[in-house]
Design a protein around this ligand. Structure first.
Ligand code: BGC
Length: 310
């Protein structure tokens, strides 16, 4: 059985073929058209058909299409996805009309958690938090064996907890949200600032005048660069501030960290110790495990498909 999973991001939309065991096959991408929902539906429809064609799957064999969107989603409607400029858009109705398929949609972090819970690192756990560090910070929760949706399915927006008082604007209109400080974009900004500060430093030399990317940052770090280590430590502190809030609120047994940068052991390895040292009650309360997502950056695609896999 073949399904299509979509991960709709602020920069690109990824579409992948997923089978009923959660195994991911061919993946295609398109640039996200921001703000213009009808165009986005046209692009997504074409992307889905292209993915099936390139994977050699006849269109009639696609059993359903599931999508993760970066915002709040209530039933069939994407209610608020500010990074896409989508407000109360009838996603399911429009995409199923275009594709002729059964379509479902959910919040992207919820989708990533469904993928990890069903097929990955969170299998068998009843209390899990999923955190995705990407353009924004996504959070999703399974408490006592159930995915939390909240009133209007609008809960689980941990990326918008205020964690500082520095007056930095978030896309949501508020200030100092966790995602400004803990997203992959934030790490990239910090690395770019380091290149500015130290134009003769290792990171500047390795990035050779190009915009610094995550891989170059972790390479400089692996080569022992002290300034990169300092940047990483500050970033980890900000990540941990939010994780501790989450641990105190939900006391998950497991926190799964998703998004490409979390596959980097230098970033991830210290987090479990830091979180447990700082959560309320210390050793008197149950230990919180922190692990990298099994599906890394693909959890969103597989999780999208999970919405339609029977
Ligand atoms: C949105 C969330 C989303 C996260 C990751 C946040 O800005 O509010 O709904 O899960 O970004 O894309």
């Amino acid at each position: 059985m073949y399904y299509l999973g979509l991960d709709i991001g602020g920069m690109s939309i990824k579409c992948g073929v997923v089978n009923e065991k959660g195994q991911l096959g061919y993946v295609c991408r398109a640039v996200t058209p921001i703000g213009d929902f009808p165009t986005a539906i046209r692009v997504i429809d074409e992307l889905c058909r292209e993915t099936a064609r390139k994977a050699g799957i006849p269109w009639q064999d696609v059993q359903g299409i599931g999508a993760g969107a970066p915002g709040t989603v209530c039933g069939d409607i994407v209610t608020y996805a500010t990074n896409l400029g989508w407000y109360n858009v009838p996603f399911v109705e429009e995409l199923s009309r275009a594709t002729g398929k059964r379509v479902a949609v959910g919040n992207d972090a919820n989708c990533a958690l469904l993928a990890e819970w069903r097929f990955g690192s969170a299998k068998g756990y009843d209390n899990v938090a999923m955190i995705t560090l990407g353009t924004g910070v996504g959070t999703a929760f399974i408490c006592d064996g159930r995915l939390l949706l909240g009133n209007g399915a609008a809960c689980g927006e941990g990326g918008h907890m205020r964690i500082k008082n520095l007056g930095r604007k978030c896309n949501c209109g508020r200030e100092d949200c966790w995602e400004i400080y803990a997203s992959a974009s934030s790490l990239q900004e910090r690395a770019a600032a380091l290149v500015e500060r130290e134009p003769m430093g290792l990171l500047a030399r390795l990035s050779g005048g190009q915009k610094v990317d995550g891989l170059t940052f972790f390479r400089a770090l692996a080569e022992g660069d002290e300034s990169c280590r300092q940047v990483l430590l500050e970033f980890q502190e900000d990540v941990v501030d939010g994780l501790v809030n989450i641990a105190n609120l939900f006391r998950p047994k497991l926190i799964v960290m998703g998004g490409g940068i979390c596959a980097q052991p230098t970033l991830l390895a210290p987090l479990e110790f830091m979180v447990n040292a700082r959560t309320l009650g210390g050793k008197n309360n149950p230990h919180v495990e922190v692990t990298a997502a099994t599906f890394d950056n693909d959890a969103g695609i597989i999780g999208g498909a999970c919405l339609v896999i029977e």
